[in-house]
Write a protein that binds this ligand. Structure first.
Ligand SMILES: [Zn+2]
Length: 647
């Protein structure tokens, strides 16, 4: 995806028969997949779907849609996208639809929702009708929600995901449905997209016709305050950063930041040795009024981050990995994708079992590129790695839930509650996937005496067919074989051990083999402080075992399962009123932690649980604890070699 930003990870029902029919195809890869299932036609859909989207009321979060769909007489099913690529979930924004009217030659046609699939509507097309008009409004989310279900329009900008504003005829793979899209944006607004088209004199922009799949893969950002930056000057394949903001001041991208993003493009192309896009557009909204996440596409990415991303160093430090992550997805996720995620249309359930590659390897390579491009210094990279390791090393939930199950259950975990995260686990295939791939990278480097690395795997696995945008599916065995060809090793057992493990601690071999170990001191790193600031948290996970929201009246955001705070009876949602009889502030809590280390007396927390006040003594005497990396003597610094810029 959909990246959730680091630590913010903020960020399918099954039909038995299609599933069984699809097994052989899934084993055979993407092209064979379509041939073997015969569930959907691979023949082109007759005629071109017209799709006109009116964004002039985007500021009111009302988007008008007029769609024309060529039809034949008889039964017709229209589908609204349910399983959203990159979200890996049945997260389609069905509840945003209103005012649906279907007509033919000006005569209204009756329709009825499918009782088994809420995302499908059925109707009967009368004889002699060759085209229907579908009119509706999409009510863009006002607040709350995650990812595509979060707010995407303000008074000054709008982020259009086409899957939110289009029906498609059932029965044909979405690769074979041709759509001619158009948009109309507010006067004075500009737009950016991977689609090709020019605004006409009428104010309407008609884009070149594309497949429905490519349309959904090509969002449009439009807005009043825009900056377009060339990140690949003089290169044969253009790459642009398009920044949209609610205020002109938020567009203040610094020259050195532009240099780093330019380096990002160079480093990514050097890593993969290919480009699988005709041109690439980062669509970046810096706004506090829309959701904050990233969603990958083949020739673009839908990136949304805080308004002060370019102007506040902590915000930049916190979010620097966003664009590298989404960019890596053009190779890992879009060009090469797991067979279970290479579906034929948006009603076919997705299978997330290989998300530890799709997202985990993207998380790893994205952060490596963040450092190689200079967006992070080596020290900042190490600090983030330490935070990831600490988080995964405090996951008692691994006793019941292996890493593999976090991927298998991704479609639920993205939308599951975040509290008690250490016990329930979350989309851990991102952070723990990162640790796993560091493990693989350092192992290749160790076994090959430093002559080979995961870069060779990236080059071989993603660098094929330069220029091609035709997705190539892969399975677990393809990953094993590709690793084997880079460096012989027992990769199948290596990976399975880590995917299926119920061991207590996180897999930290990669950090150790990288020449480092995780150590805890009483001083937070700059990266740790930046995360606390941006996420509005006081994070004492590795000492007392709590995170306290600085935004929500000192409510406990989470309690680490099995920590001293847990043993004392603290639960998420409680509010800390006082610490040792003094009004709660982070500084007061920290002083109490230090005092308890000397006095060996429990810390008295006065807490409010709904309407009841209670004093809970917490028997914790370990002082302040924050994660860092510390060099291991005698081991080569392979982490430094990994994050060193190529060329
Ligand atoms: Zn991702």
């Amino acid at each position: 995806m959909l990246q959730e930003l680091p630590l913010r990870r903020r960020p399918l029902e099954r039909h038995l028969l299609p599933l069984l029919a699809g097994i052989a195809a899934l084993l055979a890869g993407l092209c064979a997949h379509a041939e073997a299932t015969h569930r959907l036609s691979e023949l082109p859909y007759f005629g071109t779907v017209g799709l006109d989207v009116d964004l002039r009321q985007a500021g009111r979060k009302i988007i008008g849609v007029h769609e024309t769909i060529p039809v034949k007489s008889g039964a017709l099913t229209l589908r609204y996208p349910k399983w959203i690529p990159g979200e890996h979930s049945p997260s389609g924004t069905l509840d945003g639809l209103t005012g649906i009217q279907i007509s033919a030659n000006g005569v209204r046609l009756a329709w009825r929702r499918d009782l088994l699939d809420m995302f499908a509507i059925n109707l009967t097309i009368p004889a002699g009708v060759s085209c229907i008009d579908v009119d509706f409004q999409f009510l863009s989310p006002i607040d709350g929600g995650r990812f595509g279900q979060s707010p995407s329009a303000t008074l000054h900008l709008a982020e259009l995901e086409w899957n939110q504003v289009a029906f498609y005829p059932a029965g044909v793979t979405v690769r074979q449905i041709t759509v001619a899209p158009s948009i109309r944006v507010p006067d004075g607004w500009q737009f950016a997209t991977a689609l090709e088209g020019e605004r006409g004199a009428s104010g309407i922009t008609h884009f070149a016709a594309v497949s429905f799949e490519q349309l959904v893969d090509s969002p449009v950002f439009t807005g009043e305050y825009v900056r377009r930056i060339d990140l690949a000057p003089a290169a044969a394949v253009p790459v642009h950063l398009n920044v949209f903001a609610d205020r002109p001041a938020d567009l203040a991208v610094k020259p050195e930041q532009i240099l780093h993003y330019t380096a990002l493009v160079q480093q990514a192309v050097a890593l993969f040795g290919s480009q699988h896009y005709r041109h690439y557009d980062f669509l970046l909204a810096v706004s506090d009024n829309t959701g904050a996440f990233g969603l990958e596409h083949h020739e673009s990415s839908d990136d949304r981050i805080e308004a002060d991303f370019f102007t506040d160093p902590d915000s930049q430090l916190y979010g620097a990995g966003l664009l590298p992550h989404e960019y890596v997805h053009s190779w890992n996720g879009k060009f090469r994708r797991p067979a279970g995620l290479a579906t034929q249309d948006y009603s076919e359930p997705m299978q997330g079992d290989l998300l530890w590659v799709y997202e985990g390897l993207t998380q790893y390579l994205g952060e490596v590129l963040t450092a190689r491009s200079g967006l992070w210094t080596p020290e900042q990279y190490n600090d983030h790695l330490a935070i990831t390791a600490a988080q995964m090393d405090h996951r008692p939930g691994r006793a019941w839930r292996a890493l593999q199950d976090t991927a298998d259950a991704a479609q639920r975990l993205y939308y599951a509650p975040r509290v008690w995260g250490s016990a329930r686990r979350s989309a851990d295939f991102y952070p723990e996937g990162e640790l796993l791939w560091l493990d693989v990278d350092t192992k290749i480097r160790e076994l090959s005496g430093g002559s080979r690395s995961l870069d060779d795997f990236a080059h071989a696995f993603y660098g094929m067919q330069n220029g091609s945008m035709q997705p190539i599916a892969y399975r677990f065995e393809d990953i094993v074989a590709a690793l084997q060809s880079v460096q012989p090793n027992g990769w199948r057992a290596f990976l399975r051990q880590r995917l299926d493990s119920h061991e207590v601690g996180a897999p930290l071999d990669g950090i150790r083999r990288g020449g480092w170990r995780v150590a805890y001191t009483d001083t937070p790193s700059a990266a740790f402080k930046a995360i606390e600031k941006v996420r509005k948290l006081t994070d004492r996970s590795y000492s007392l075992g709590i995170q306290v929201s600085t935004e929500d009246k000192d409510a406990i955001a989470d309690v680490l399962w099995g920590s001293a705070a847990f043993d004392a009876g603290l639960v998420p949602g409680m509010k800390i009123v006082a610490v040792n009889n003094e009004s709660f502030r982070a500084e007061v809590l920290d002083a109490a932690l230090v005092d308890a280390m000397k006095s060996r007396k429990p810390i008295e927390l006065l807490v409010k649980n709904i309407s009841t006040y209670t004093t809970l003594p917490v028997a914790y005497y370990g002082g302040l604890q924050y994660p860092h990396l510390e060099r291991v003597a005698g081991e080569p610094d392979r982490v430094a070699a990994i994050i060193r810029a190529k060329m």
